[in-house]
Ligand binder design. Structure first.
Ligand code: ADP
Length: 470
């Protein structure tokens, strides 16, 4: 079957977080299963687009409100990605250095119209249009109800919620940007007197998925205002656990690492990566190294990190290294901690793909005190690299990490207070001292298969059900 994934992010073209990793991996695994899966995303101004060549495959014009917008669709020329990727070029709206900005409503409505305009005139339509997150949440509505996209009415749409905290709401005063539709259907766009693309997608997509089964259950009572909507649409919702790209994320071949390693050589391999990290960030390599990688936002428990680190570092029996950016107050807090715990704590504020790989490899424990975690990829990467996760039992973390006391391999805490997280860290530190058990566990977790193999098949099964309904 032919599947079109539509997304604002896709690794390695443009990435802010897990959305990019998922959209950059799932199509690859679907193609391995014998399907034709591709990605359509905006043409941004970044390193990837500067360093690659593209061919133009479609040119047209549409109306965004009263304004005429010209666009082109480019296809990546080389085959480096294992799936076809198409970039929609609307220079005045999408060709920016940052993926997201202040006028995202206009930018992403324009993107969605351009995508549909291109697809709707194709001689052979795709079997499935799979939309990811609120940036493309109006597509299922437009496919079913916009006059100009009539040809797409019977093409099944799947919508995946990667994060329900972000819904893309905007005022009804911008309703005119959406192509002509029967105004009796305005209610489908509305949630709480605003146009809410995430809510619209939940109402209009043929099926709604989230990125882990536990997150789907949690959304029924914690979905930033959409709980009742999700409950009423529950029959078409399903949680499918994300996988990881086990080709990109493979310690044996990962080109970013200081030293590659397998399960057999994990001790020396991790040591070399840890030595580099400790040397680079002025930490003591003899102590267990705890890492945190992620967006510094409330959902990830970022506001608690300084307190957690402050409690945990008092015994000078461990080091902590953080990679991330976000809330500036949180970032400033780390500057103080760097001084107070020089030699035990360091933080790299920013985004650095290479450093993240070396940290997964060189860390001993990964911290994820997330308040909300739709799936979480970090814990799956860390397992593959032999780094033990310490996680809050929530969402996808609950589905992928079992506590060592329950015959598992990680450290789970029930709540996210600084005290609870610090207690889990103390348990982990005691475990580190049990050298044999610690080493056995590293090897054991490297064997856990979280690749897309299984979940890619689940999506295909779901698509097949929808194709039968056509
Ligand atoms: P989310 O999508 O909510 O941010 P996920 O766990 O699903 O969280 O995915 C996060 C992805 O982003 C992982 O690949 C992680 O390694 C990466 N990442 C997050 N912050 C950074 C950073 N500062 N530098 C490099 N990679 C990062």
């Amino acid at each position: 079957m032919t599947i079109y994934h539509i997304s604002a992010e896709c690794f390695p073209v443009a990435k802010v977080g897990g959305l990019a990793d998922v959209v950059g991996a799932l199509p690859k695994y679907q193609n391995n299963l014998g399907h034709q899966s591709c990605v359509i995303m905006p043409f941004y101004d970044n390193k990837f687009t500067q360093n690659n060549t593209f061919e133009s495959v479609f040119t047209a014009t549409f109306l965004l409100g009263n304004e005429k917008v010209n666009f082109r669709v480019f296809k990546l020329k080389n085959k480096s990605l294992d799936f076809n990727i198409f970039l929609v070029d609307i220079p005045e709206l999408l060709f920016t250095n940052n993926i997201y900005s202040n006028d995202d409503t206009n930018r992403f409505i324009a993107f969605q119209i351009a995508v549909l305009q291109w697809i709707s005139q194709m001689e052979v339509l795709p079997d499935i249009i799979h939309c990811h997150d609120h940036h493309v949440g109006l597509m299922p509505f437009m496919m079913s109800h916009a006059d100009q996209f009539k040809s797409l009415k019977r093409v099944p749409s799947v919508f995946t919620i990667h994060n329900a905290q972000y819904q893309g709401q905007f005022s009804h005063s911008k309703e005119n940007l959406i192509p002509e539709f029967d105004k009796n259907l305005t209610g489908l766009l509305d949630w709480d007197e605003q146009i809410n693309p995430l809510a619209t997608a939940i109402k209009c997509a043929w099926r709604v998925t989230t990125v882990s089964p536990s997150y789907m259950n949690e959304l029924m009572y914690n979905a930033k205002g959409l709980e009742s909507l999700l409950s009423s649409e529950r029959n078409k919702c399903i949680g499918i656990l994300n996988g990881i790209d086990d080709v990109v994320w493979n310690p044996k071949t990962d080109g970013f690492l200081i030293k590659n390693y397998s399960k057999k050589t994990v001790i020396s391999g991790k040591k070399a990566n840890k030595q580099w990290l400790c040397k680079t960030f002025g930490l003591d390599e003899k102590l267990p190294l705890y890492i945190f990688i992620g967006r510094l936002v409330y959902e990830k428990g970022a506001d608690l990190l300084s307190e957690i680190f402050d409690i945990s570092l008092q015994d000078t029996q461990k080091s902590i290294l953080l990679l991330g950016s976000g809330d500036q107050k949180v970032e400033r807090g780390f500057e103080q901690l760097k001084e107070k715990y020089a030699g035990y704590f360091n933080a790299f504020i920013g985004y650095d793909e290479r450093l993240s790989h070396i940290m997964y490899a060189g860390g001993d424990f990964l911290l994820m005190p997330s308040r909300i975690e739709p799936c979480g990829l970090n814990q799956m990467y860390s397992l593959r690299y032999g780094t033990i996760p310490i996680v809050h039992k929530v969402g996808g973390l609950k589905d992928t990490v079992t506590d060592i006391n329950d015959h598992g391999f990680g450290f789970c805490h029930e709540g996210v207070s600084a005290i609870e997280v610090s207690k889990a860290i103390s348990r982990a530190n005691a475990f580190y001292a049990r050298v044999e058990d610690f080493r056995k566990t590293l090897k054991r977790i490297m064997d856990i298969d979280h690749s897309w193999q299984y979940s890619a098949k689940q999506y295909i099964r779901l698509y097949n059900e929808l194709i039968k309904l056509k």
